[in-house]
Design a protein. Structure first.
Length: 320
């Protein structure tokens, strides 16, 4: 009898296994696939849903999380304290740990499902993020990668927001090589800089906030070397005094982009997409000093031509 029950349980769980190793989603041009990818993943959960997100106010997402909690799925949330205070009544009775207001921002945006699937990107779980702003996300099926995210998640659940530990290791998902870094730490910035310095032919960047002069200088250096550099930055944020973009106006590779009634909220780079060693850098990390030194952030480094070309297609849609 016990053996039959075990076979039934295994078959039941297997029937809900998502059949992919990785997927990439954009809501630019405007569509609902990015939000649907998150809903499908959360709905597939049979054991646990661990959410780290700067902001969540989308009623459908909140309702699904509550429903999963009622089904005895382990639902845990970490989020930015200020946004939690604004929306705590709607989030009740979800198990939420909020970043203290005195810290930098809890700015990460990822979900770990069943200790196996990782959804990560630039999008908050808000109606504006899904329907007005331009964002991206990736999903990977990897127990090993999920464990790295889980370690970061549990540190924040235990109150450690202001310093991060990074496993400097390489992950492989169906032939796709990747690395992950968590901030605040120097590791994220250093690996971004190392990849930029290795660029041979092309660097394409879509970014919401750009205020780090060190990144600006390396891009200027690459441009002077004859490497194709293209940067698209959100017009509203990068017209402010906080941005370094106004100081880069002498360079022809920076372009401001205005999203009607929304934000250019992407945070990704594509390096040498047509070369032998392409790289995509994506996640929650804006090109700011705060992303390195103060905020809780996540950065994925994906070494894949197929994924790089997916991002390049999105980049060219926006650029053109």
């Amino acid at each position: 009898m016990k053996f039959s029950f075990l076979i039934f349980t295994v078959c039941f769980l297997a029937s809900f296994t998502l059949s992919f190793s990785w997927q990439v989603f954009f809501n630019s041009p405007a569509d609902s696939s990015l939000k649907e990818s998150l809903i499908d993943l959360i709905n597939s959960a049979r054991l646990s849903i661990h959410v780290a997100v700067y902001n969540v106010d989308d009623e459908e997402i909140i309702a699904i999380l509550k429903k999963k909690r009622e089904e005895n799925i382990d639902v845990q949330v970490v989020m930015e304290g200020e946004n939690y205070l604004k929306n705590h009544k709607n989030l009740y009775p979800l198990d939420v740990v909020a970043d203290p207001l005195r810290n930098g921002l809890m700015h990460s945006k990822y979900v770990i499902v069943d200790g196996r699937y990782v959804w990560c990107g630039s999008s908050n779980f808000t109606r504006s993020s899904f329907y007005k702003d331009l964002n991206n996300a990736v999903i990977f099926d990897s127990y090993e990668l999920a464990n790295a995210f889980e370690n970061d998640f549990q540190r924040m659940r235990n109150g450690f927001f202001s310093s991060k530990e990074n496993e400097r290791k390489t992950f492989w998902v169906e032939g796709v090589k990747m690395e992950v870094r968590f901030s605040p730490s120097d590791d994220s910035f250093n690996l971004i800089l190392d990849n930029l310095k290795r660029a041979k032919s092309e660097v394409d960047i879509v970014i919401y906030s750009f205020s780090d002069p060190r990144i600006a200088l390396i891009l200027a250096y690459l441009d002077q070397k004859g490497i194709k550099v293209r940067v698209i930055a959100d017009e509203e944020w990068n017209s402010s005094s906080y941005s370094f973009v106004p100081k880069m106006e002498e360079f022809n590779f920076v372009k401001k982009y205005k999203v009607n009634n929304g934000l250019l909220h992407h945070k990704y780079m594509i390096i040498d997409p047509d070369g032998p060693n392409p790289v995509v850098i994506t996640g929650s990390y804006n090109l700011t000093l705060s992303a390195q030194r103060k905020n809780s952030e996540v950065v994925l480094f994906i070494y894949s031509k197929e994924i790089a070309l997916e991002y390049l297609k999105n980049f060219n849609t926006i650029f053109n």
